[in-house]
Design a protein around this ligand. Sequence first.
Ligand code: HEC
Length: 134
Amino acid sequence: MAIPRNLITLLLAALVATPVWGGDAQRGEQISKTRCAACHTFQEGGANRVGPNLWSVVANGPGQRRGFNYSPDYRRAVATGFAWDDANLDLYLEDPTVFLREVTGHGNARSRMTFKLPRESDRSDVIEYLKTLQ
Ligand code: HEC
């Protein structure tokens, strides 16, 4: 029995539309250039700006960038020993202040990163890109 052609087209369209296998690092790089680069550099040895250089941030863990003055609430969060796994990065990029409040348990914690990435697919693409930086 032949598989109807429009069914194949439908399945292909679904595959293209839903990145079920995770984010797209190349798209993540583009998003980072337009959305994050005002405050962050990404290359090895890059300077700190308003935010810290993000080379190898996933492997090194949070709060490790030398010469960057993290906010007190961020340092409090780092002291809890959290790691930059996908779930934590996703929550942080969605709302850094909410993330710090959850991790520290302090309802008035504030992030110095005043930026949010509301689209889930943007976040998963950026997360894949961050993981390539090492
Ligand atoms: C308006 C400036 C600004 C923008 C835009 C911004 N950030 Fe940040 N980011 C910061 C600051 C400031 C910190 C330090 C947070 C603190 O000390 O509370 C930070 C911290 C971080 C950290 C933790 C770094 C570490 O060493 O632990 C990550 C990861 C991060 N940002 C990712 C991103 C990504 C990805 C984007 C773009 C989608 C982005 N940021 C956009 C200012 C910004």
